[in-house]
Design a protein around this ligand. Structure first.
Ligand code: DX5
Ligand code: ZN
Length: 223
């Protein structure tokens, strides 16, 4: 399967959001990544239901909602109603992770679990077959524009091996510091979904950058 590209809304221009969304609609992007931050689980606050609802009314791509919030189980249904197609919660925020995954699925959304950079992928062993998506944070969650943490690469390989052993088709998504400089290596390691915030929206031609990220193949060579 060809990999998916998910530009991250966090890096868009909120004063001209509709233009950025139309650019995404007209691009080769597969999903729009939507980062929700509560100032509690992470040291930053982003946006909530009303913005997501408005984004949904313009965006034709599935919304990949990444909840960087404490007690996400309290809000799953509301995020689904606001327009989330994929809902990802953090392992570190969910004492009853298995139950929360079932809760997400019961809304009809695809279920994802995210891991912080310090969290080993082995914690997903007993829920992997329940998951549509496993998101590996390759920066500390909370901010765009940070440096990619290299240790993520062996984590991708390890998670990919777990997936093979369990014969599951869980997608591996990488979030933070992703761009042309590392995309190919991430895909080679086993990644399926690449989130790109700054790499897309801070580029002078975001649409072209999405195409470049989408067209990377395992054999692409970038000078
Ligand atoms: C960070 C967010 C990321 C962020 C990525 O907490 O989860 O999705 O938008 O931004 P870049 O691609 O700039 O690292
Ligand atoms: Zn994210």
């Amino acid at each position: 399967m060809k990999h998916l590209i998910a530009p991250s809304l966090l890096a868009a221009n909120f004063l001209t959001l509709e233009e950025d969304l139309i650019m995404v609609n007209n691009s080769k992007a597969d999903w729009l990544h939507v980062d929700v931050m509560d100032g509690n689980f992470v040291p930053n606050i982003s946006f909530g239901f009303s913005i997501i609802k408005q984004v949904k009314s313009v965006c034709t791509k599935p919304l990949d909602v990444h909840l960087m919030i404490a007690n996400p189980e309290k809000y799953i249904e509301q995020f689904r109603e606001a327009g989330a197609d994929v809902i990802t919660v953090h392992y570190e925020a969910c004492p009853h992770l298995h139950r929360t995954i079932q809760q997400i699925k019961s809304t009809g959304a695809k279920a994802g679990v995210a891991l912080n950079p310090h969290t080993p992928v082995t914690v997903l062993e007993d829920v992997l077959e329940e998951l549509d998506l496993a998101l590996l944070m390759s920066v500390n969650p909370g901010f765009g524009g940070q440096k990619f943490i290299y240790r993520t690469i062996p984590k991708i390989r390890q998670l990919h091996d777990m997936r093979v052993v369990q014969n599951t088709s869980t997608l591996i998504e990488i979030d933070g510091g992703v761009g042309l400089q590392n995309a190919q290596e991430l895909l080679k390691a086993g990644a399926n979904v690449l989130v790109a915030g700054s790499a897309v929206f801070k580029n002078e031609n975001p649409n072209k950058m999405i195409t470049k990220l989408k067209e990377i193949g395992k054999d692409t060579i970038f000078a």
